[in-house]
Design a protein around this ligand. Structure first.
Ligand SMILES: [Zn+2]
Ligand SMILES: [Zn+2]
Length: 185
C-alpha cells in the first residue's frame, strides 16, 4: 500500500472524500467537518469521479456498489491517501439485496445519499436528521475499512442497518467495545 514503504503508518494517513458523479458540495463539506471530529484525522475533499457506466443496472435503476468500489481502487491518484470514501446521490445495490446504504472494502468505501432523505419515502424533509444519517453511514463504512465488523448493539454505529429506522436508532457513535477495536480514535 502506498505510503507504508516509507515508514508512514496506515493509521496516520488521511481520509479522502470523493463525489461520485454530481453531489451537492455542501453535503460533502458538512460531512468532511463532522467526520474530522469523529476520527480525529485530516479529512480531505477530492475531485469528482464520474459514475462508472458499467456499474449501472438499467433495469434496477441502481448502481452496483461493488463495481464502483473496484473503479475507485483502480485510481492511481488515490494512492497516497489512507482511506477513500465515495459519496453518490443515486441508489446502490448488491445482487442479493434490494438496495444497500453503502459498502466497504479494506481501503475504499461508498455511501448513497438517496435513501437517507425522508423525501424518498414521501415524508417531509428534515435537514438535521439527514446530516446525522449521512455521518452515521459514512462512519459505519469507514469503520469497516479500519477493520471493524458488524456489532450486535443497535445503538452502535457498526450495527447493520436494514432500514432508515435502524440508521436513526444507531447513530454515528461507536459502542465501547468497537471503540477499543478501532486503531485511530
Ligand atoms: Zn456494514
Ligand atoms: Zn459496537
Amino acid at each position: 500500500m502506498a505510503g507504508l514503504s516509507n515508514g508512514v503508518k496506515e493509521s496516520d494517513m488521511d481520509i479522502l472524500l470523493v463525489p461520485i458523479g454530481e453531489v451537492d458540495h455542501k453535503v460533502i463539506e458538512t460531512l468532511r467537518f463532522d467526520l474530522s471530529k469523529v476520527f480525529k484525522k485530516k479529512v480531505l475533499m477530492g475531485k469528482e469521479m464520474p459514475r462508472p457506466d458499467d456499474a449501472f443496472n438499467k433495469k434496477r435503476n441502481q448502481y452496483l456498489s461493488t463495481a464502483i468500489l473496484k473503479a475507485m481502487m483502480e485510481k492511481k491518484e488515490y494512492g497516497t491517501y489512507g482511506k477513500i470514501l465515495g459519496i453518490i446521490d443515486h441508489d446502490l445495490y448488491v445482487p442479493k439485496l434490494n438496495f444497500v446504504f453503502g459498502e466497504a472494502s479494506q481501503r475504499v468505501a461508498i455511501i448513497s445519499l438517496t435513501r437517507l432523505r425522508y423525501e424518498f419515502y414521501n415524508l417531509p424533509k428534515d435537514q438535521g436528521l439527514f446530516r446525522r444519517r449521512v455521518l452515521t453511514e459514512a462512519v459505519h463504512e469507514l469503520g469497516h475499512t479500519y477493520g471493524l465488523k458488524h456489532c450486535g448493539n443497535p445503538h452502535c454505529v457498526m450495527f447493520s442497518s436494514k432500514s432508515l429506522i435502524d440508521t436513526d436508532m444507531k447513530g454515528p457513535a461507536f459502542c465501547e467495545r468497537c471503540k477499543k477495536n478501532l486503531p485511530i480514535l
